[in-house]
Design a protein around this ligand. Structure first.
Ligand code: ADP
Ligand code: ADP
Ligand code: ZN
Length: 213
């Protein structure tokens, strides 16, 4: 089962992808997480990606595509995966379709987590992330048991640099210009579904499971 999560930054793609991954036993592949790991480990890719991410811009397709194609060729992807944050542009989607076609396969479900722009700023300003295991929390909607500490691994939670209000607006406009057109792209491919992302996270998850079952 190959799934693409679509939706604005902060819509809840990562939250849902993590739950799908646990239930269905397929890996969650987040390009944002991979870039952030590269920044933390001070790789060359990380240094290049950081300058774009800090400004709320997309990392160029040529950097992103090599990275994702390499990841998808790993053994744990054989039974499927959930792409969280990729593709984000039409050229990325086309490259993915082409790579899958070469193996006689395709994306089974593209799921748009719909959340209006008005709600996004609150989602992102309250987001706290674990820099170690990637778990995501919200100070109001999904608070950790102990304030500021990751439930899963005990690390100190941080606010992402690009979740500050100034950058959020930029990311939203980039989303509308470059990523939203993917909804039409996957509709044409006949695998487009959407869920109401303003519901509580467990309800959103139930709606997604109803699509997948
Ligand atoms: P969010 O979860 O808020 O949507 P991500 O963690 O997916 O954010 O992405 C953070 C940043 O990483 C993006 O703003 C962008 O700079 C970069 N990025 C992640 N995925 C991609 C991609 N597929 N193409 C280009 N840039 C990407
Ligand atoms: P994305 O991966 O699309 O950027 P996240 O999954 O990181 O989004 O969610 C963004 C923020 O909103 C996080 O703080 C998360 O805990 C919170 N969140 C996710 N889903 C919901 C929901 N259905 N209702 C309220 N808050 C949510
Ligand atoms: Zn953690």
């Amino acid at each position: 089962m190959k799934i693409v999560m679509l939706g604005a930054p902060g819509a809840g793609k990562g939250t849902q992808a993590r739950m799908i991954s646990e239930k269905y036993g397929i890996p969650q592949i987040s390009t944002g997480d991979i870039f952030r790991a590269n920044i933390r480990n001070q790789t060359e890719l990380g240094q290049k990606a950081k300058s774009y991410m800090d400004q709320g811009l997309l990392v160029p397709d040529e950097l992103t595509l090599d990275l994702i194609m390499d990841r998808l060729s790993q053994d744990d992807c054989a039974k499927g995966y959930i792409l969280d944050g990729f593709p984000r542009t039409i050229p990325q989607a086309e490259a993915l379709t082409k790579a899958l076609e070469a193996h006689d396969t395709k994306i089974d479900y593209a799921i748009d987590v719909e959340v209006p722009d008005e709600n996004i700023v609150e989602r992102m300003s309250g987001r706290r992330s674990c820099p170690i295991c990637g778990a995501t929390y919200h100070i109001r909607y999904n608070a950790p048991v102990k304030e500021g500490i990751c439930d899963e691994c005990g690390a100190e939670l941080t606010q992402r640099e690009d979740d500050k209000a100034e950058t959020v607006q930029k990311r939203l406009s980039v989303y509308h210009a470059s990523t939203q057109p993917l909804i039409e792209y996957y509709r044409t491919q006949g695998c487009m579904y959407s869920v109401d992302g303003t519901k509580p996270m467990d309800d959103v998850f139930n709606d997604i499971c109803a699509i997948l079952n």
